[in-house]
Design a binder for this molecule. Structure first.
Ligand SMILES: [Mg+2]
Length: 257
């Protein structure tokens, strides 16, 4: 017999919001978690924004998520490196979401002899910063990237994202990064620790098989795939693993809280 679900992890884009608009049932689902005082975290591989920025963006679309309920790949990366090498030094390509998280984790940002090169998302990748990263990795810095996503969404079409820039650096150095964000179950386990939740009694909601469902499954969670994002019901059959359940949207999960 399966145990009841006591805690929830949910992806953000394609589950709660799409291009700044709340998806059906998202605000009600979060309101229900809040009302019943259920532990939860909203997960995103986006490393551009701080949790405070994301909380404000969600509030603008009508979804009330306090900043401490948001877990980004930038926070997961900062937590990871701070555990691996406390008080280390990093050369960082990224935005405030990543640099703020690293400062708060006790890291020093430097372009001289860093322990790590840490690559995150930006909208202004510069040739000179990529060149610097390549040289530092060749000189022995360890290579970390916040997330493997090759592209990100925009209203005009796809944008090259962290995974694509990581591939460029890999080609130039012969070194692959360690990706901390989804589908790495490290991102899921750190989110569980944050709310003192256990895998057997936690569910993960996502709109992607290759990130959300994969990471949730590998971390031992129950997984719900919703069809409001980038996956159709027919796509599910192409994967060698399955979500626990497929639901049309998060609206159909409100009464499971
Ligand atoms: Mg998504």
């Amino acid at each position: 017999m399966t145990e009841e679900i006591k805690s929830w992890l949910t992806d953000m884009d394609g589950v709660l919001v799409h291009e700044g608009y709340a998806l059906p049932g998202a605000a009600e689902f979060i309101a229900r978690l809040t009302e019943l005082d259920r532990p939860y975290q909203v997960l995103t591989n986006n490393s551009i924004f701080t949790p405070r920025d994301l909380s404000a963006r969600l509030a603008a679309s009508g979804i009330k998520v306090p900043e401490e309920r948001i877990w980004t790949s930038a926070l997961a990366t900062a937590t990871f490196v701070a555990q691996q090498m406390p008080g280390g030094r990093a050369y960082v390509i990224g935005e405030a979401g990543l640099t703020t998280a690293l400062y708060q984790a006790g890291y020093i940002m430097t372009d001289v002899d860093p322990d790590y090169v840490i690559l995150g998302e930006t909208r202004t990748y510069s040739f000179s910063s990529i060149t610097r990263a390549i040289r530092l990795i060749r000189d022995g810095a360890r290579f970390i990237a916040t997330n493997p996503d090759p592209t990100g969404p925009s209203t005009e079409g796809p944008l090259p994202a962290t995974g694509a820039v990581a591939a460029l650096i890999t080609k130039a150095t012969g070194r692959s990064p360690y990706f901390v964000g989804k589908p790495n179950p490290v991102m899921i386990r750190a989110a569980l620790n944050r709310i003192e939740a256990h895998s057997e009694t936690t569910a993960m909601i996502g709109d992607r098989m290759d990130t959300d469902v994969l990471a949730g499954m590998e971390a031992g969670l129950r997984t719900f795939l919703v069809l409001t994002g980038s996956t159709t019901e027919a796509d599910v059959e192409k994967y060698p693993f399955r979500p626990t359940e497929v639901r049309p949207s998060i609206a159909e999960l409100i009464d499971r809280v």
